[in-house]
Design a protein around this ligand. Structure first.
Ligand SMILES: NC(=O)c1ccc[n+]([C@@H]2O[C@H](COP(=O)([O-])OP(=O)(O)OC[C@H]3O[C@@H](n4cnc5c(N)ncnc54)[C@H](OP(=O)(O)O)[C@@H]3O)[C@@H](O)[C@H]2O)c1
Ligand SMILES: [Zn+2]
Ligand SMILES: [Zn+2]
Length: 347
């Protein structure tokens, strides 16, 4: 077994603290990755505080992982020692169900082994995430990243990037399409960059007036500060799709009203509380309310290759491991530009 250092929380009200645990010895298909950076996703906070229910403690969060390969199993073909490598939100799945065969492993019908707060394929052994020194993963669930891009800025692509890329592709963001992005946080800022790079006309909806200028720099063509009364009124029936990344309860009917006929509100933000839907907002214009969960391996690699080709990475604030609790508090306040990333050398 490989002794591994990390940061864990022991329960929903505990702080994150140093934690030592064991990872398996790499098997024939595994790679061992020394972790250089790990992003802080709002999902880490929801789960560390058990806001979604069913959390497994102790929990080592983190699913935006980049690093270098330090060991490879005998049958590994895609990686060699020294290669940059990345791991996202899951580390295994059944590989044979329809979703797995279609490259949508996040929806595995048998079991998706999420990177943390989950279990391996035996459904018993807990998984531990990227707030740690190293990780062992089957090469099939490891992504290739461009050595040209700065690794700290690449880390957030592994969740924030793919989570916004997938619905933007699904609902055909591109030239001639009006796309809204609600919430300018980790996911939202990637959504803006990606939608703009796909050629869509992008409008940001933010509660933070102070983010207006950034939103334009990130690629937004229009910015709406939603706390101003009547701000949404002129935009009714305009959007082909709206990507909602908000992490807290909010009124989605206001955004449904901005969709044109057959438009889609794609929810990726996952507040724990139910959201109320006014049925006529859907019925009268045949609008759709949809959800989207991260993305499969194939599409995650496609997104990384797209970002490499277009020179897209996240805007990050790199922090030492010891500042994780402060980073959580600032993230909850919407006070991050636009993703905290932990430097694992500080562990
Ligand atoms: N579906 C998936 O696969 C998936 C994957 C990853 C994350 N998520 C979920 O997506 C959500 C966002 O994650 P993130 O990491 O991007 O979080 P984040 O960085 O905290 O960004 C969320 C943004 O939402 C806005 N916001 C926050 N509280 C709000 C409120 N009370 N009312 C209105 N707007 C508010 C803020 O933007 P402004 O300051 O611009 O208003 C904030 O920056 C979380 O719920 C997370 O769990 C889902
Ligand atoms: Zn995430
Ligand atoms: Zn499967």
């Amino acid at each position: 077994m490989l002794k591994t250092r990390g940061y864990a929380t022991e329960g929903p009200t505990s702080k994150l603290a140093p934690f030592t645990f064991e990872r398996r010895e790499p098997g024939p298909h595994d790679v061992l990755i020394q972790i250089a950076y790990c992003g802080i996703c709002h999902s880490d906070i929801h789960q560390a505080r058990d806001e979604w229910g069913g959390a497994i403690f102790p929990m080592v969060p983190g699913h935006e992982i980049v690093g270098r390969v330090t060991r490879v199993g005998a049958n590994v073909t895609r990686f060699k020692v020294g290669d940059p490598a990345a791991v996202g939100c899951f580390v295994d799945s059944c590989r044979t169900c329809e979703s797995c065969r279609n490259g949508e492993e996040q929806f595995c019908e048998v079991h998706t082994a999420f990177t943390y707060n989950g279990t391996e394929m035996d459904t018993k052994t807990p998984t531990f995430g990227g707030y740690s020194s190293q990780i062992v993963v089957d090469e099939r669930y490891v992504l290739t990243i461009s050595p040209k891009l700065p690794p700290a800025n690449v880390a957030p692509l592994l969740c924030a990037g793919i989570t916004t890329y997938a619905p933007l592709r699904q609902y055909e963001a591109g030239p001639g399409r009006m796309v809204g992005v609600v919430g300018l946080g980790g996911l939202g800022h990637m959504g803006v960059k990606l939608a703009a790079a796909m050629g869509a006309e992008v409008t940001v909806f933010t509660t933070s007036r102070s983010k207006e200028r950034d939103a334009r720099r990130l690629g937004a063509h229009q910015v709406v500060v939603t706390t101003e009364p009547g701000a949404l009124d002129p935009l009714a029936n305009r959007f082909h799709m709206i990507l909602d990344t908000v992490s807290a309860p909010h009124d989605i009917n206001a955004y449904l009203n901005l969709l044109r006929r057959d438009g889609t509100l794609a929810l990726v933000g996952a507040p724990p509380q139910p959201l109320a839907v006014q049925p006529f907002q859907l019925i009268m214009k045949r609008r759709a309310l949809a959800g989207s969960l991260i993305g499969g391996m194939r599409q995650t690699q496609e997104m990384l290759d797209f970002c490499s080709a277009k020179n897209i990475t996240a805007d990050v604030e790199v922090i030492p491991m010891q500042q994780v609790d402060t980073a959580y508090e600032r993230t909850i306040k919407g006070d991050v530009r636009y993703r905290f990333v932990i430097d694992m050398n500080t562990l």
